[in-house]
Each structure stands twice: as C-alpha cells, then as structure tokens.
Design a protein around this ligand. Structure first.
Ligand code: DQA
Length: 144
C-alpha cells in the first residue's frame, strides 16, 4: 500500500529563509518540501504550513484517518498548545517531532513540550536536515 506521510508545520515556519537565519538557517520551507519530495519519489507526501492553532488541530485529526506518519514541526505551539497535545493523543498516525533548532538548549519556556510525549521520536538541532532524517528513518522503519 502507498505510504501517506503528512508533514505539518506550525506558526512562523512560512518565514524560513529570512526568519532569524542564524538560528533556523537559510533554507525556505519550499526548499525543505522539494528536498523531501526528491528524497522519496513514490511516497505520497502532504506538506502544509499554518499560523493557526485550530487549523493544525484539524489537520492532525485529518491525518488520523489519512496518514501512516505525521512529521510535525509545531513551532511555538509545541510549547503552548494543550489542544494540539490532545489531538495528537487521539491521532492514529505515528508522530515524529522535528525542530530545526534545539529548543531544549534555548530559552527556558521552550523546555515545555506538549508534542514530545505524543511522538515516537524527536529530531532537533540539525536544521532543515532534520526533516530528511525523519523521512529517511520512517522509510527504513516501514521496510522492517
Ligand atoms: C522551532 C522551535 C520552536 O521553539 C520555535 O517556536 C519555532 C521553531 C524549530 O523548528 O526550531 O517556531 O519549532
């Protein structure tokens, strides 16, 4: 069966490339999407970004019925959103958390994490490569 992978991106990630490049790098979200599609031809990737918490919750609910995996960079909602946490707990897809930076090594408020307890794996601090790492690991996992 064709694998369905959702890649969901939260607030301000549409600004990648110009947003604090010393922290988040110079690659844009479009660059990341293209790299993932190139790395996994034949895999159905649904790639989205939103600045809205409710929209993110709706997409996680959708993924529960439509996806095998969700690669999730929830941005700041990682640290604030109980609604997202509850949606992830109810999601049938496997969640892989990704962050460009390493939130645990930054401001103390970024150490609160409502996503990690719902994820089977977390990748942080490798910049845009983290998305490809998550994808590669998922594809290996499916072959096991
Ligand atoms: C981020 C880390 C979050 O703390 C921050 O709010 C973001 C981006 C990351 O990818 O490093 O928006 O998720």
């Amino acid at each position: 069966m064709t694998q369905q992978i959702y890649v969901l991106n939260g607030p301000n990630l549409n600004l990648l490339g110009t947003r604090e490049p010393e922290i988040y790098g110079s690659e844009t979200l479009d660059d990341i999407e293209q790299q993932m599609r190139t790395a996994a031809p034949g895999v159905e990737i649904t790639f989205r970004q939103t600045n809205s918490e409710g929209q993110m919750v709706d997409w996680v609910q959708e993924a529960s019925n439509s996806a095998d995996f969700v690669i999730l960079n929830a941005g700041a909602y990682t640290h604030t959103s109980v609604a997202l946490h509850d949606a992830l707990r109810a999601c049938n897809a496997e969640i892989v958390e990704v962050h460009l930076s390493n939130p645990a090594a930054r401001e103390p408020f970024r150490s609160t994490n409502y996503v990690a307890p719902c994820a089977s794996a977390s990748i942080a601090g490798f910049g845009a490569s983290g998305y490809l790492m998550a994808l590669t690991a998922i594809l290996h996992k499916k072959k096991d």
